[in-house]
Design a binder for this molecule. Structure first.
Ligand SMILES: Cc1cc2nc3c(=O)[nH]c(=O)nc-3n(C[C@H](O)[C@H](O)[C@H](O)COP(=O)(O)OP(=O)(O)OC[C@H]3O[C@@H](n4cnc5c(N)ncnc54)[C@H](O)[C@@H]3O)c2cc1C
Length: 468
């Protein structure tokens, strides 16, 4: 029987990063993945393919603005969806290939098959050819991730009533895509198909889209997406989603007054969140506790109730984000090695990769208000920025929330061009407990979008923004 210091179950960004860190620390490491492709949700049906389609559709939507830049396109510009989806798949395949290379390079043994606990130190790997192999693990890291969730009355048929997985590989542009759930995944994929020519309607139970983020970001994103043609039905509870014949999907939803709306589309994307995934893992055979919400229960050290078994990523509590899973993967490896790593969960940024992009870190204004902390806010609109005018990306703003007494930055919320990258500055600043004035006194290259961060910091410091 093969025996390892650490066996990781699941090869998503949590699992594969953890495996590499374990190998770097000198552990004999194995990774078990039930699919043939490594990389998990993120690489195969999540972050990477969605960003590939967002990029392709963004290029297409940009053509409408070429004329403003003095570029005349003659002839018809057409979408070749099949090619766009094939390119997305090529990007995925190349990225997955990169993980295979990294496993080889770090001498990590890869087992393809469903991993399930036999007991706390043995894992059976059931392979596609019907055979099974049992391996021994001194330590195990559960990194089995998540799957799309649904509502009890919705039957996902994967043809017309679909999840994000199918939405990443459609064979035609929907005429009318009805999206259930206005969270990050629904809005990103909605913008892809909106740009490609679909009518897109979003039904959201809460009173705003991207409800976990600062309300000002929801408001601005709604405004911009409405301008682009997306329709929103917020504060609407979906009551039924029915397939009517081959190509019609009927969604009914009710507002707070009890009024019912009926939306008829040809596809409905159900994006109401994701559920932790432990099917087939036989966690009970190792004695590992699963919570009522289906999450593997862990303590602050990501250790389960069984001392040699840890769990990370989407399958445990916290934000379902690839970079959160990666940080946890690293942390667990270092804990097993006897080190004392730490993650500040308040400083895990959240990003929506629409255009304009939306990005945030730290506390929202609603959270700061609720905490009773006295605070101040500085905002700066992109339209006042030279770089934004030069490129024609005028939507959005940067908003910095700082402690009124100490000036420490408590939260940074931004929507606009390239904010997915700009947020890294805010994370760095907050990791080092920067004050708004600290940021405002750092030189920011001109002309850049990053100047909006400096200006917002100036605004938060003493209302000293220069360019508004
Ligand atoms: C459409 C979409 C877009 C997204 N975009 C982003 C984004 O832009 N940025 C971001 O940060 N996050 C994004 N996410 C979320 C991100 O994909 C997840 O947070 C991330 O993949 C979680 O990583 P993980 O390692 O915990 O699990 P996963 O990536 O889900 O990987 C778990 C792996 O474990 C395997 N597995 C499960 N059970 C077993 C078993 N018993 N034996 C063997 N293998 C098993 C699974 O097959 C899977 O490969 C997106 C998600 C979706 C769906």
């Amino acid at each position: 029987m093969s025996s390892f210091d650490v066996v990781i179950i699941g090869s998503g960004p949590g699992g594969y990063v953890s495996a590499i860190r374990c190998a770097q620390l000198g552990f004999k490491t194995a990774i078990v993945e039930k699919y043939n492709a490594l990389g998990g949700t993120c690489l195969n049906v999540g972050c990477i393919p969605s960003k590939a389609l967002l990029a392709s559709s963004h290029h297409y939507s940009e053509i409408a603005h070429f004329a403003d830049h003095g570029i005349e396109v003659s002839g018809e510009v057409k979408i070749n969806l099949e090619k766009m989806i094939a390119r997305k798949q090529a990007v995925v395949d190349q990225t997955v290939g990169g993980i295979n290379y990294l496993m080889d390079k770090n001498k990590i043994t890869v087992f393809n098959g469903l991993g399930s606990f036999v007991d706390a130190t043995h894992i059976a790997v059931a392979k596609a050819d019907g055979t099974s192999e049992t391996i021994e693990a001194k330590y195990t890291v559960i990194a089995t991730g998540s799957k799309p969730s649904s509502l009890p009355f919705i039957k996902i048929d994967k043809e017309r009533i679909i999840t994000s997985t199918e939405a990443l590989a459609l064979k035609e542009v929907p005429k009318h895509l009805v999206i259930i759930g206005g969270g990050v995944i629904g809005i990103e994929l909605g913008q892809v198909y909106l740009r490609l020519g679909a009518q897109v309607s979003v039904v959201e139970f809460m009173d705003r889209i991207i409800p976990g983020m600062d309300a000002s970001l929801s408001k601005e994103l709604t405004k911009v997406l409405k301008k682009q043609g997306m329709k929103f039905y917020v504060s609407h509870k979906v009551k039924s989603v029915e397939r009517n014949g081959d190509a019609v999907v009927v969604v009914q939803a009710e507002n707070a007054k009890g009024e019912t709306i009926t939306l008829e589309g040809d596809y409905s994307l159900v994006s109401v969140g994701r559920r932790p995934y432990t099917d087939g893992l036989n966690a009970d055979k190792a004695g590992v506790k699963i919570s009522d919400r289906g999450q593997v229960e862990v303590n602050d050290h990501l250790q389960t109730n069984v001392s040699n078994i840890y769990a990370i990523g989407d399958v445990v509590r916290g934000a379902m984000l690839a970079h959160k899973a990666e940080e946890e993967g690293t942390m667990v490896a270092e804990i097993i090695a006897g080190q004392k790593p730490h993650i500040d969960y308040n400083l895990i940024p959240g990003v929506v990769y629409t255009w304009p992009e939306v990005a945030a870190v730290g506390q929202t204004e609603e959270q700061v208000k609720a905490s009773g902390t006295e605070y101040k806010v500085g905002s700066f609109p992109f339209k006042a920025l030279g770089r934004a005018r030069a490129s024609g990306d005028l939507d959005g703003f940067v908003k910095i929330i700082a402690d009124a007494k100490t000036d420490e930055v408590l939260g940074v919320h931004m929507i606009g061009a390239r904010t997915a990258d700009l947020i890294a500055e805010a994370v760095t600043a907050m990791e080092f407990k920067a004050s708004a004035e600290d940021i405002s006194r750092m030189s920011h290259a001109h002309p850049t979008f990053a100047e909006a961060v400096k200006e917002a910091a100036l605004a938060a410091t003493e209302n000293r923004a220069i360019h508004v």
